[in-house]
Design a protein around this ligand. Structure first.
Ligand code: IPE
Ligand code: IPE
Ligand code: MG
Length: 242
């Protein structure tokens, strides 16, 4: 076996809320609301399966281009969900982190983020990174700017350490729900050697069985990181002593 059966870090593009709602003749925001429940369920399922880090894409740098009622609905939902869900997440040992540009967010949202991070800072069961007002390009640029301000000529290591997800290892598995076969500016730097699973399931329908299927697909792959298969077999063959 060349990979750990359970990924340490799973990242998810939670896509398909709008279509889930459309199919039911509901407003798009109804899909986003059920999407919050799907995220709670997914965090529990990840923890139960031994995943230690879950990173989710909740609002992209580009999502500001949506109709203003959807954007304000998403901001309200985010603030409400934070206030409502943090006590239970805290009790479950989840450490919440918010990844993304904070400038441009309302005071209400910022307060919610700061409180959630402060309350859950010492939890160690599962790290839940919520990418909000996040873009992979934003992250690379902010990391480069940080280094430039310190007069550091960036190396890969410097950049990795300056990126917004420096507190966790790169994702082993990236899942995108909703059927689109694209990355949409998610984790451009960190997914260099991630395994990808794309599923048609709309995010509100993503359940433990769907998670198990994605993990099973991951577990059957050989992660070569540029090496040959033979090299990996050699490393994994136990050597006899004496
Ligand atoms: C993903 O679902 C959630 C956000 C981008 C906030 P979408 O809202 O993109 O759902 P679809 O892709 O329109 O179905
Ligand atoms: C990606 O989904 C962003 C989130 C899930 C938050 P989008 O629905 O915004 O992606 P595109 O626009 O279809 O590429
Ligand atoms: Mg979408």
């Amino acid at each position: 076996m060349t990979v750990q059966r359970v990924p340490y870090h799973i990242a998810i593009v939670m896509d398909g809320n709008g279509r889930w709602a459309n199919k039911r003749f509901l407003p798009r925001i109804a899909g986003h609301k059920v999407g919050v429940d799907a995220l709670k369920r997914c965090a529990k399922a990840c923890d139960a399966r031994g995943v230690r880090v879950l990173t989710v894409f909740a609002f992209s740098s580009e999502n500001w281009k949506r109709p203003s009622d959807e954007v304000s609905g998403l901001m309200d939902l985010f603030a409400i969900a934070l206030a409502r869900e943090v006590p239970q997440l805290n009790a479950d040992g989840v450490q919440l982190r918010f990844i993304g540009e904070r400038q441009g967010l309302s005071t209400r949202v910022l307060k919610g983020i700061q409180q959630a991070e402060a309350v859950t800072a010492l939890n160690t069961r599962l790290v839940l990174n919520v990418c909000f007002n996040y873009g992979g390009r934003w992250d690379i640029v902010q990391a480069a700017a940080k280094l430039a301000a310190q007069g550091i000529l960036p190396t890969e290591q410097h950049l990795s350490q300056a990126m917004a997800l420096a507190h966790v290892p790169d994702p082993d598995l990236v899942i995108r729900t909703g059927g689109e076969l694209r990355i949409s500016n998610f984790l451009l730097w960190q997914s260099a050697y991630s395994e990808f699973v794309f599923v048609d399931t709309l995010w509100p329908d993503f359940d433990d069985a769907a998670l198990a299927a994605a993990i099973a697909s991951y577990a059957g792959r050989e992660r070569r990181f540029g090496k040959t298969s033979d090299q990996l077999q050699l490393v994994n063959t136990p050597t006899r002593v004496g």
